[in-house]
Design a binder for this molecule. Sequence first.
Ligand SMILES: [Zn+2]
Length: 248
Amino acid sequence: MEIDRLQVLRTDVSGMPLEWIGYREAARLYHQEQIAYSCGSLLYKLYGGHNAVTGRRTVVEVNSIIATVGIAGNPGHTRHDYVPPLNNQTLFRRDAHLCLYCAQRFLTRELSRDHIRPFSQGGLDVWTNVVTACRRCNNHKAWRTPEQAHMQLIAVPFTPTYAEYIYLKGRRVLADQMEYLLAHFPRTSPLHDRLQRKVERKWGQTPIPLGGLGSDPIFLRQLRHQECVVRNPVEHEVATAQALGLEA
Ligand SMILES: [Zn+2]
């Protein structure tokens, strides 16, 4: 369903990213008073039943980033030696859907997981020994190392940290969520440049009306970094319309 496409980034109370959740799970957390605070943009406005006493209708507003109390669902993100599970979907996203040998971009179905040092030569199935490769390059390399096959990697494979992994798992990451996750990446993260460009492109698409201050880009930029209250009107309107469509 269309409305499920926008995911909410759940963090712990200290702001560490934990996971992506749908609006139903977010609404459940609101009802259970598990939300410590929320930031980012308003994604969903969910209407419930009428209060028998006041006659008022309950409304739950779900933002793009919500911080929750408790440690439920904590997947070990605080451990420095945490290694996210390896799967093709996140591997291909780590490598931006580029074949790390011929540097061309491909569709998911045209990509494969290449073991830099092949199994037959003692290579392991770990993040630092695997790269995204197109089928042609993978076939050409076969059971050889890049040196043996006279092929060169265009980037060094890395193990994502927990925050990086959350980003790579996101289906349709919004600009504010991206910016939030970026702040939790290691300084040396190869994803920095790529995401920074994306964030700027996404924010750039949408002038943000914020009363009389909305036209001042410097103010907006500062605001984005200092607080988590900027709304992305395009996403916001689409999402709210979708959410409202729910009750019809
Ligand atoms: Zn290739």
